[in-house]
Design a protein around this ligand. Structure first.
Ligand code: FES
Length: 372
């Protein structure tokens, strides 16, 4: 058993971003704009060592993600290694590279759960937002393979203004596919998603129309499929406890071994980033400057420090504070007490009403705009 420290909580979960390679080019992707070089990805042996260090540190769940984690040929080997360490294993995938043999191999390796992303219930809608043709049919087939293999399945239903009116159909699809859980995942605007925000943002009216549809399905599907639904930040009154609080429960390891407190932390330019090639995971978690920067409450502005919700939301999201207030140590603008809160909601509504139709699809190398 890892020893507990009085001062610092130990992490519960690790997001293992095995690669930033992905056949899909989703406009809402939260990966950084500067994707990690595939040539510099951690090797199989390095990832196994990271998994061992994570388990020793107290991590209980590993979420294999990307990019598209199934683009790594060694995925089943890494899943088996994680399972052998007693870690709960989850695969976060687009599904488009999976087939029956690969799903069976992953199940045999000890994979326990699959989180499959759906960009729409409409095939053309998936193609536009995902930048990849024919993805929906492939995803539906993969959902069937996952269930045949006896794995738990969650549908991650990515909501934009292009599909908000189809949220009911998306939830019906998830139930038909045998999902035990569906997350109504309003896009979070980091990385490529932030770059494409104007072309993705739903209006307040769309969200207002969506909520009763979700509530009705929650009631109707009770006992058959759990539906998670959180009001998106741009239209919320209180911030979410992003990552369960900075450096409290979660760490992220990128394809090249950078250890981050969240998947978007690289957008905070002054944050000193360390890698597993430089320093043990435990040292980075306990003493790394990036983790210490916003851990606890010492960094909080006065309004957060005196707030009775400070140990509920832990000050909200640092990456969002940087993106919208220009200061990662500012109050999260999702909080109605932030001086930037009104501007955040106004920006969202203006962008939703303007109806922008230009995406920059996720890609390595120079950005290219496309109009859809
Ligand atoms: Fe980085 Fe919220 S995404 S703190």
């Amino acid at each position: 058993m890892p020893e507990a420290t009085a001062a610092v909580d130990l992490p519960v979960a690790m997001l293992a971003e095995l690669t930033h390679r992905c056949p899909m080019r989703c406009a809402y992707c939260s990966n950084p704009l500067a994707l990690d070089d595939p040539q510099a990805e951690l090797t199989t042996a390095e990832w196994k060592d990271v998994l061992e260090q994570a388990a020793a540190l107290g991590v209980m769940q590993v979420h294999f993600s990307g990019g598209e984690p199934t683009a790594r040929q060694d995925l089943a080997e890494l899943v088996a290694h994680a399972a052998g360490l007693g870690l709960y294993t989850n695969l976060i995938t687009s599904g488009v590279l999976l087939d029956a043999g690969k799903v069976r191999a992953l199940a045999a390796a000890g994979l326990e759960h699959v989180q499959l992303a759906f960009q729409d219930s409409d095939a053309a809608g998936v193609d536009v937002v995902g930048g990849w043709s024919g993805a929906l049919a492939k995803k539906r087939a993969v959902a069937g393979l996952v269930k045949e293999a006896g794995l738990a399945l969650t549908a991650n239903l990515v909501i934009t203004r292009h599909n908000a009116a189809r949220v009911g159909a998306m939830l019906d699809m998830a139930l038909d596919l045998g999902c035990e859980r569906a997350e109504v995942a309003n896009v979070q605007y980091y990385g490529w998603g932030l770059l494409n925000r104007a072309a993705l943002m739903p209006s307040k009216a769309q969200l207002a129309a969506m909520t009763p549809v979700v509530r009705e399905r929650q009631e109707r599907y009770r006992g058959r499929m759990v539906i998670d639904y959180v009001i998106p930040d741009y239209h919320a009154r209180r911030p979410k406890a992003c990552m369960g609080g900075w450096a409290r429960r979660f760490l992220n390891v990128t394809p090249t071994g950078k250890v981050l407190p969240c998947h978007a932390a690289e957008t905070i330019p002054h944050l000193p980033v360390e890698t597993v090639r430089q320093r043990p995971l435990r040292d980075i978690w306990l003493h790394g400057a990036a983790f210490e920067a916003y851990r606890g409450e010492a960094w909080m502005p006065a309004g957060c420090r005196s707030c009775d919700r400070k140990e509920i939301d832990w000050g909200g999201c640092r990456c969002q504070a940087l993106a919208l207030a220009g200061d990662a140590a500012a109050m999260d603008p999702a909080c109605e007490l932030s001086p930037h809160h009104a501007a955040m909601a106004e920006t969202a509504e203006q962008e939703a009403q303007a109806g922008g139709t230009r995406f920059v699809y996720r890609a390595f190398g120079p950005h290219k705009h496309s109009t859809f």
